[in-house]
Design a protein around this ligand. Structure first.
Ligand code: DX5
Ligand code: ZN
Length: 218
């Protein structure tokens, strides 16, 4: 079974809780929270105080995607704000193993994200320590970009590696995922599906979420 993770980047920030409740009521499991600092990526979004405000009223799994430099500096704040999973970028961590252990020390789940150009090999030696690997299927920074087709063999390569090692690691995909291409990423091995614009820009969120699930199984 897949898990759906709507990305709040495409929500209406002026009505954030209202929009988040729509995806929660539609049965989505994760809330994908895109944190951008204007340095690691050319865009700025939100910080721990927004996460903390949402936490009071939302029961979904809070999945924080940190697209920031020096993530270690902010891990504790995001944990205290109520995140259940923190995902850091391989490219932003000089001492990735240390950062992973830092996140795990708080008793929450940890993920590592790879930009499109970053090979699977770069996480081979730390994959046993993580709960999830996020394969970026666009270059991070913005919602509404086109899916990069060459990420399909990368997802397959990761899935083969995880299975061959007998590991229990989720594969998350993020960027340009729509109801009409979700089947491809799921067949390649992804089981946690991020979707921003496809969900929040749709007229009827519940039927779009249902369509994602139906097509994912096709
Ligand atoms: C991009 C973000 C994504 C983004 C996805 O940097 O990490 O989570 O919101 O948006 P869509 O689904 O519109 O590509
Ligand atoms: Zn994201």
């Amino acid at each position: 079974m897949i898990k759906l993770a709507p990305s709040i980047l495409s929500a209406n920030f002026a009505k954030l809780l209202e929009d988040v409740k729509k995806v929660e009521n539609a049965g989505c499991e994760y809330l994908h929270i895109d944190v951008m600092d204007g340095h690691f990526v050319p865009n700025i979004t939100l910080g721990p105080s927004v996460v903390k405000s949402l936490r009071k009223d939302v029961n979904m799994v809070f999945d924080a995607h940190l697209m920031i430099e020096n993530p270690d500096q902010y891990i504790k704040e995001f944990v205290d704000a109520g995140c259940d999973i923190i995902v850091v970028h391989q490219e932003a961590c000089r001492h990735l193993h240390r950062t992973i252990q830092n996140i795990k020390s708080y008793g929450i789940k940890v993920g590592v994200s790879l930009n499109p150009a970053t090979p699977i090999e770069t996480i081979k030696h730390i994959i046993r320590d993580v709960d999830m690997v996020l394969i970026m299927t666009v270059n991070p920074g913005f919602g509404g970009q086109s899916f990069i087709e060459s990420m399909i063999p990368k997802i397959e390569e990761l899935k083969i590696f995880i299975d061959s090692e007998g590991l229990n690691v989720d594969i998350q995909v993020d960027g340009g995922i729509k109801p009409d291409n979700v089947d491809k990423v799921v067949r390649a091995g992804a089981n946690v599906i991020v979707a921003g614009s496809a969900i929040f820009n749709s007229e009827d969120i519940k039927s779009t979420v249902d369509l994602f699930r139906k097509n994912a199984c096709a």
